[in-house]
Design a protein around this ligand. Structure first.
Ligand code: GUN
Length: 283
């Protein structure tokens, strides 16, 4: 079994996306709204901008002050919705507490919602209709497919019930004919459920939350979390010291942190932006 390292796939896809961008008569453009100084958000946003540059799509950050008023953010989103030159709009989360995150996220026009977070796009996904899909779930399914991991008929356990990861991911696994369980902080007998699953997705956000003895042999483990351990090193939920046992002794598949799901999320965001532009041009 294997370490499901996304780097090779990402560099192959970047080349493909560059070709697709060059075929368009107008370059796609992505606008990212960032509010305040959240450190992790800053890192994610600059990563997204760098990838846009790599594939040759236009990108812009609108960086607003921590104490910006709700009405100002609303106006910016409504203007971007109307702007013919803007392909995709993204409100980087989290945003400061005085702002209404649900309302503002939903203000983005479904068509321009590159995150797939609006009620319209989430609803379409639940109904099996075509729409924009959340990027981390998209990336997880594509990474598993790239490594030819069987999904059909498998028991999948998702440890996360968020709107960004758990809920849309459950829909995508259902679409692939898996049997899906969503676990969360109130779930009973979690360890038993993990042992019984063929595919386990962990997005708990706690370093060393899982280790080698938690998994049955041949399990596919997808580690979505980005945590920092005591030494300040990036890690996921699965103990790094157990990677070796999981892969070589237990014959598990495992997505590493870094270089696993995180790499895929940005790639999917860029691809979804290009897809929106392609659809617009084919109309
Ligand atoms: N914050 C953490 N992940 C995401 C994401 O995928 N999209 C947005 N907009 N904010 C996030």
């Amino acid at each position: 079994m294997t370490l499901l390292d996304a780097r090779q796939l990402v560099s192959k896809k970047i080349d493909e996306l560059r070709v697709r961008v060059n075929k368009l008569s107008t370059k796609p453009s992505l606008v990212i709204i960032r509010v305040g100084e959240d450190y992790a958000s800053g890192k994610y946003v600059s990563n997204k901008i760098r990838k846009c540059e790599e594939v040759g799509i236009e990108s812009k950050i609108i960086h607003l002050q921590e104490d910006v008023e709700q009405e100002s953010v609303e106006k910016i989103i409504l203007d971007l919705n109307k702007d013919e030159n803007v392909t995709g709009v993204l409100l980087q989360l989290p945003i400061p507490k005085h702002l209404d995150e649900d309302y503002l996220t939903n203000l983005i026009k479904d068509e321009k919602d590159v995150d797939g977070f609006t009620i319209g796009n989430m609803g379409k996904l639940s109904l099996g209709l075509e729409g924009n899909v959340a990027c981390t779930p998209r990336g997880i399914i594509n990474l598993l497919k790239e490594f030819s991991v069987d999904i059909e008929g498998k028991d999948v356990l998702i440890i996360n019930r968020s709107n960004i990861v758990g809920k849309p991911l459950a829909q995508l696994f259902l679409k692939e004919d898996a049997t899906v369980t969503i676990a969360h902080s109130k779930t009973k007998k979690l360890k038993e459920k993990i042992l019984m699953s063929d595919i386990v997705i962990s997005a708990v956000g706690r370093a060393n939350f899982l280790n080698a003895e938690d998994f049955s042999p041949n399990t596919t483990i997808v580690d979505v979390s980005i945590n920092f351990n005591e030494e300040g090193k990036m890690c996921g939920d699965v103990a790094k010291s157990d990677y070796e046992i999981l892969i070589n002794e237990k014959q598990c598949n495992l997505t590493p942190v870094p270089n696993g799901v995180g790499q895929m999320t940005v790639l999917e965001l860029i691809e979804q932006t290009i897809e929106i532009a392609e659809k617009k041009e084919s109309r």
